[in-house]
Structures are given as structure tokens and as C-alpha cells.
Design a protein around this ligand. Structure first.
Ligand code: HMG
Length: 400
């Protein structure tokens, strides 16, 4: 009996959307009376994306997907999964709004998934399992978040906002998601956000220790389970709450006896994987995939067949180590001018940032709030914005 060859499933297209505004981390340091080197060198952060009230996880997620999807894709998508921890509703999934905004064929499943920054990685796994049984289907996975810790808190310098959209299908043109993976769950309180709180409660130093310990223990298990080691990989990407933690992560994988040349090769690639994260900040669920996008678009030493180790971590905590294999001609399906998007953003002063931070949707007695004349909508480069709330219903508008 002929054994059916396993189909290859993975990332066929990848898009990224961020708000128009950013704060220079040095301005934050001045505003908070901190030495700028604490943020610039200590966290290796340089800027962070700031979302106005007219951009939320729905508008950003739909905008990221709109960049990559064509009519044919929209006909073939059978499932939309949004990973987020900045949800706009306790019942209705953001994926349902996004399904409508993108005009995806109606016979699709649309859901939202949550486990802190890990959600989108679980979504990729579900997408892969679905396509294994439905070979011609595509799944749209979106990782969308707005990270807000609060003014003058230790986490403030690690905020960010943005969304990654990935089209998952068979014979992908960017990267195959391989079967080897190891997950780990630890019931810990390192970072959490109770329903009554606008901001997370964070045990910052404990969280960084857990992130690193989860990485080393999960990677050890992975090496034993699959009889692999560093030599099986060409590069690594990490969840990046701030780039310096990624640097600690890669250093923890490079065992003491690793040759200097190999160490430098991994470190050089690591630095290309943080180019975007340094300028966006933590985007929670999308952060690992922004590192991947940054690596693939900024590194010249990768080729088809190379294996990329991926470390996903969500506080609470769940983590996963898995890997991707780069597809033939992957570069042709990426951009080589994305940094232009960063350069055309508007820089905020610390005062403007604080005003934007505190702006909220304020409803009148009928549950209405109208942003249609807001300058944030006029200035946005994204495809979708939140235009108004009518009778407690969020209304989005396509502007591009
Ligand atoms: P902190 O305690 O104010 O800062 O906040 P610090 O004192 O630890 O300093 C930070 C670094 O700057 C240190 O480097 C200092 O030495 C250095 P390290 O020793 O660690 O290498 N430093 C300087 N360097 C040069 N010149 C100077 C200078 N001063 C200090 N003058 C903390 C840091 C990370 C705790 C804070 O930003 C925070 O709470 N962030 C939020 C939590 C977080 O990001 N945790 C990461 C792991 S958990 C995770 O990844 C999940 C998450 O994404 C959420 C989710 O899953 O949903 C957060």
C-alpha cells in the first residue's frame, strides 16, 4: 500500500500593521527622570508604537490582513483565529468583526483565543491541524494587541501596539511549520490582568526569570525528545517583551563550549530579528512573529531549507519551542522597504503621548461616541479605523 506523503503546511503570507504614532524611548526617560541608558542599553529599546483611541485590535488586525489578502485568498479562508489579550468585547470575538471587514466568504469559522502572548502560537497549531484534514483550505491567523502598563510604572518602557496577520496554507511560500514542538505550562502569577483592571499586574523581575527558565527547560526537553541540538538550526526568534530579554534568551541557548564563530553567527542573526521590535515595543501575541518578519526581511544570510527555532512565551504561563523551515524563494514574498513605514510615523512629545494614553471612548446616554472627524482617522495609514460607537456597537470604517 502506498503511504500518502505528508503535506507541507505553513506561512504563505505575512502582514504587519501598526499605529501612525510613536514615542522615542529617550523622551520617556527624560519624562520619568531616568537615565536614558537604562532603556536604550538596559532594555535595548529605542521607540514604542502608541495607538490612538481610533485604532484597536480589530482595526489593526484587519489592516494587517488587508495588506496581504487577495480575492482568491478571501474565497479560500475557512477559519479566522485572532490571538489577543486586548480584547474589545467579553463575548463577541474580534475575528467576527474582521471576517466582515475583510469580506471573507461566509462559510467560515471565526474565533478569538487567549493565553497572554502565547495565543497566536496556539492558533498556528490549530490552523495546521485543520489544514491537515482540509488540504485546500486556508486559515487566517492574526496576532493583535495594544500593550499598556500605565504611566510611570516599571513596565511603561515596554509598551507597544501592532498586529501581525499570517495566511496559513499548504505548500506555503514563506515557511513550513514543522511537527517537532515542546510546550510547557506553569501556573504562575508573573503578569496578569483581572477583568476589573485596565492594566496588567506585573511581577517584572519574576516574569523575566520565568521566561528564561521556561526557555532553557523547554529547549532541553526538545533536544532530548527529537535528538537535536544547536547545529540543527540556522537562527532563533524569540517572543520579545523588550529586545534585551531576547539577547539573554539567545545567550542562554549558546552553551559555553559553542565555537566563537558559531556564536557570532547566531548573534548576528539575532540582531536582525530585533530591528522592528526595537521600534515598535512589545506587541504581546504578535511579538514573536514580528521578530520572524524582522529576521526574514533584514538578514541576508538565510536560504531555503534553513531551520528557524521559535520560542513563544505567554505569561501565566504557557510556552512552546517549535521550528519552521524556510521555503524556496521565500524572500520574494516579503518586503525589502518596510523600514520606510517606520520612518513616516509621527513622533509624539511626552505630553501628546500621555494625552493619547488617557483618551477613552466616552459614551453619551444612548451609548454613542463619534470619532469621524478625529485627526487620528485623517492621519492613519491603515486600511481600517474605529469610526464610532453607535448604541454600544463598534463601527469600523475602511479608509484606504
Ligand atoms: P526595572 O526593574 O525598572 O529595570 O524594569 P531594571 O532595574 O531591571 O533595569 C533594566 C535593565 O537596565 C537591567 O539590565 C539594568 O542593569 C539596566 P540587566 O541587568 O537585566 O541586564 N540598566 C542600565 N543599563 C545601562 N545604563 C544604565 C542602566 N540602568 C539600568 N544607566 C522590567 C525592568 C523588565 C522588570 C520592567 O520593564 C517590566 O516590568 N516590564 C514588563 C514585564 C516584562 O516585560 N516581562 C518580560 C518577561 S514576561 C513576558 O515576556 C510576557 C509579557 O509579554 C506579557 C504576556 O505574556 O502577555 C510581558
Amino acid at each position: 500500500m502506498k503511504i500518502k506523503e505528508k503535506i507541507k503546511i505553513g506561512i504563505d503570507k505575512i502582514g504587519f500593521a501598526m499605529p501612525k504614532y510613536f514615542l522615542d524611548i529617550r523622551d520617556l526617560a527624560i519624562g520619568r527622570n531616568e537615565n536614558e541608558n537604562k532603556f536604550v542599553k538596559g532594555l535595548m529599546q529605542s521607540e514604542m508604537s502608541i495607538a490612538p483611541v481610533t485604532e484597536d485590535i480589530v482595526s489593526l488586525g484587519a489592516s494587517a490582513a488587508e495588506q496581504i489578502l487577495d480575492k482568491e485568498d478571501k474565497k479560500n479562508i475557512e477559519m479566522i483565529i485572532v490571538g489577543t489579550e486586548s480584547s474589545v468585547d467579553q463575548s463577541k470575538a474580534s475575528a467576527v468583526f474582521i471576517h466582515h471587514l475583510l469580506n471573507i466568504q461566509p462559510f467560515a469559522r471565526s474565533v478569538e483565543i487567549k493565553e497572554a502572548c502565547y495565543g497566536a502560537t496556539a492558533a498556528l497549531n490549530f490552523a495546521k491541524n485543520y489544514i491537515e484534514k482540509n488540504e485546500n483550505a486556508s486559515v487566517l491567523v492574526i496576532a493583535s494587541d495594544i500593550a499598556k502598563y500605565g504611566i510611570d510604572t516599571p513596565g511603561e518602557s515596554t509598551q507597544g501596539a501592532g498586529s501581525i496577520a499570517m495566511l496559513i496554507k499548504k505548500d506555503p511560500r514563506i515557511a513550513v511549520i514543522n511537527d517537532e514542538n515542546v510546550c510547557q505550562t506553569r501556573d504562575i502569577m508573573d503578569f496578569w490582568r483581572p477583568n476589573y483592571s485596565d492594566f496588567p499586574i506585573v511581577d517584572g523581575h519574576f516574569s523575566t526569570k520565568q521566561y528564561l527558565d521556561c526557555l532553557t527547560t523547554t529547549f532541553d526537553k526538545y533536544k532530548k525528545r527529537y535528538n537535536q541540538d544547536l547545529s540543527n538550526f540556522s537562527a532563533f526568534c524569540f517572543h520579545l517583551p523588550f529586545p534585551k530579554l531576547g539577547l539573554k534568551a539567545i545567550n542562554s541557548l549558546l552553551e559555553k563550549n559553542v565555537e566563537k564563530e558559531i556564536k557570532n553567527m547566531f548573534l548576528e542573526k539575532f540582531h536582525t530579528s530585533i530591528v522592528y521590535g526595537k521600534r515598535v515595543g512589545n506587541i504581546y501575541t504578535g511579538s514573536l512573529y514580528l521578530s520572524l518578519l524582522s529576521l526574514l526581511e533584514n538578514c541576508d544570510n538565510l536560504k531555503a531549507g534553513d531551520k528557524i527555532g521559535m520560542y513563544s512565551y505567554g505569561s501565566g504561563a504557557v510556552c512552546e519551542f517549535f521550528n519552521l523551515t524556510l521555503a524556496d524563494g521565500f524572500k520574494a514574498h516579503l518586503r525589502n522597504n518596510r523600514l520606510d513605514d517606520f520612518d513616516t510615523r509621527k513622533q509624539l512629545s511626552i505630553k501628546e503621548y500621555e494625552a493619547m494614553f488617557f483618551e477613552k471612548i466616552i459614551l453619551d446616554e444612548e451609548g454613542n461616541c463619534d470619532f469621524s472627524n478625529s485627526k487620528f482617522i485623517q492621519e492613519s495609514d491603515n486600511a481600517f479605523v474605529l469610526e464610532k460607537v453607535e448604541n454600544h456597537k463598534r463601527i469600523y470604517k475602511k479608509i484606504k
